[in-house]
Design a binder for this molecule. Structure first.
Ligand SMILES: Cc1ncc(COP(=O)(O)O)c(C=O)c1O
Length: 385
């Protein structure tokens, strides 16, 4: 089957956060969802469920649990059982539930900086101290294995809130990196809360490795959070899941719902099952398209906007652009919004002070929109000189 990701889909007046925040002269390349229609197998499954016309509270059926088990085995050679899965309305509630469940006020949690804002801010919600582990800025966001300070940070942390693949750098952590990280966590009895929401969008024949899949022993200290939401563009259906193989930890995690984290959206459950069961072909075509967008973006920036530096993202539809050499009078995100009319995510969302001269660009859009956005960004910089 041919999937055409070049087909423009207008998202105005559809309740889209991405396309309603700014005025219509702005191209929105900010929040992390894509402008593509979902796989036909998802639409079909949703339509069938819609026709039933009764939409009471939902529960994850055994067929969905078994499908997730199969998907983990097929994609990551990771053997889990249906009982390990806890359905959630999102990954963000998931890592907050984990922090609430396993840490007490005053404890520390290590995070990789720069990082997705809800990860950055989660520790403060639970009166936890955040310990930053700075990723290698000159490389592609790899773990600073040679620098001993990360070990110190982990030594003093009760939990590591890992983001792999990483938002915003797109870095995919290798098995060797993960083994070293897991080893240190093991030494210091550090819990690993692993946000792996971007796990299915990895490029260049890279392979995602769930940190919990390294060994049954490591798995016992892991709360893994995943969803079909990013890869299949169903984030608005609010469905994700945790995989927790230690039954005691799972019970403790469940207890931290505290009447605030409710059951899951019925359409999200249907869409997730359809995506994992029959969406492989679509996902593979999407990855080819996104990889093309990524290469187009990197090439144009390097050629036409050389003052801006970026590493080729190994994963996600997000690119992390260092704009410090532009020496702009305002933060780059404001410049691109006000002058180029392109909305990007502001670097200071990913660290409070150190990354204000960065922007994150979402290339999960048609090549045509990406090209127009780049034209505008390049013109806006040329007009400065
Ligand atoms: C790394 C990461 N974790 C979590 C989320 C949000 O997940 P959810 O919508 O399932 O809460 C995002 C969304 O951009 C993300 O990039």
């Amino acid at each position: 089957m041919i999937f055409d990701f070049d087909v423009p889909v207008t998202r105005y007046d559809t309740g889209s956060n991405k396309w309603s925040r700014y005025s219509r002269d702005v191209l929105p390349l900010w929040v992390a969802d894509m402008d593509f229609q979902v796989a036909p197998v998802i639409t079909e499954a949703l339509r069938k469920r819609l026709e039933h016309q009764v939409f009471g509270y939902a529960a994850a059926q055994e067929s969905l649990r078994q499908q997730i088990v199969n998907t983990m085995q097929e994609r990551y050679n990771w053997r889990i059982i249906p009982a390990d899965i806890v359905m959630l309305p999102g990954v963000e509630p998931g890592f907050n539930m984990a922090l609430k469940a396993f840490l007490k006020p005053g404890d520390s949690v290590a995070v990789q900086t720069p990082v997705y804002r809800p990860i950055l801010s989660a520790p403060s919600f639970w009166q936890l101290q955040r310990r930053d582990i700075w990723l290698n800025p000159d490389e592609d966001g790899s773990w600073p294995l040679e620098d001993i300070t990360w070990k110190e940070q982990l030594k003093h942390s009760q939990a590591l809130l890992l983001c792999n693949p990483h938002n915003p750098t797109g870095k995919v952590y290798s098995r060797a990196e993960l083994e070293k990280i897991a080893h240190i966590c093991d030494q210091h009895d550090t819990l690993i809360i692993s946000d792996e929401i971007h796990c299915d969008l990895v490029y260049d024949k890279q392979k995602h490795v769930p940190i919990a899949s390294l060994s049954p022993e490591i798995s016992q200290r892991c709360i893994t959070l995943m969803a079909a939401s990013k890869s299949y563009n169903i984030a608005g259906l609010k469905t994700a899941f945790a995989i927790i193989t230690d039954p005691e930890k799972r019970a403790q995690f469940e207890n931290s719902r505290l009447g605030m984290v409710d059951s899951v959206n019925i359409f999200g459950l249907i869409a997730t099952e359809a995506a994992y069961r029959s969406g492989d072909e679509w996902l593979s075509a999407l990855k080819t398209y996104l990889q093309g967008n990524r290469d187009f973006l990197v090439e144009r920036i390097r050629k036409e906007l050389p003052e801006v530096t970026l590493h080729t993202p190994q994963s996600t539809f997000l690119a992390w652009l260092d704009c410090s050499q532009l020496n702009l009078e305002t933060v780059p995100a404001d410049h691109f919004l006000n002058v180029a009319k392109v909305a990007l995510s502001n670097g200071n969302e990913f660290h409070e002070t150190a990354t204000k001269n960065f922007v994150r660009l979402n290339f999960g859009c048609t090549r045509s929109v990406l090209s127009q956005a780049l034209d505008r960004m390049i013109d806006s910089v040329r007009a400065l000189s």
